[in-house]
Design a protein around this ligand. Structure first.
Ligand SMILES: [Zn+2]
Length: 93
């Protein structure tokens, strides 16, 4: 299984967990705070993953997506890993 397929599964599992926790705890007094807490924890995990997952060849973070707009290089972060490194083209497995 490719890395991208694994990430899709992680993303779907995360969405299901997010909605299940959301529906499960919403009735509690601080239910919405738990949902926000869950969301924040996921965000921290995503940021950690984004900085730790690097291309084996050029050491660039694989989630960093460079865009060339009017000669300027802009960087955005993507949720899904690409098939290959956007920096050097190395296939990611
Ligand atoms: Zn690379």
């Amino acid at each position: 299984m490719s890395r991208r397929a694994k990430h899709k599964i992680i993303l779907i599992v995360w969405l299901i967990t997010f909605f299940l926790t959301g529906f499960g705890v919403w009735g509690f007094q601080a239910g919405h705070l738990m949902v926000i807490g869950f969301f924040m924890a996921s965000l921290v995990l995503y940021i950690l993953a984004a900085f730790l997952m690097r291309c084996p060849k050029c050491r660039m973070p694989v989630l960093l997506r460079p865009w060339k707009i009017f000669g300027m290089e802009l960087y955005t972060w993507s949720i899904l890993t690409p098939e290959q490194c956007r920096h050097c083209g190395e296939m990611l497995r």
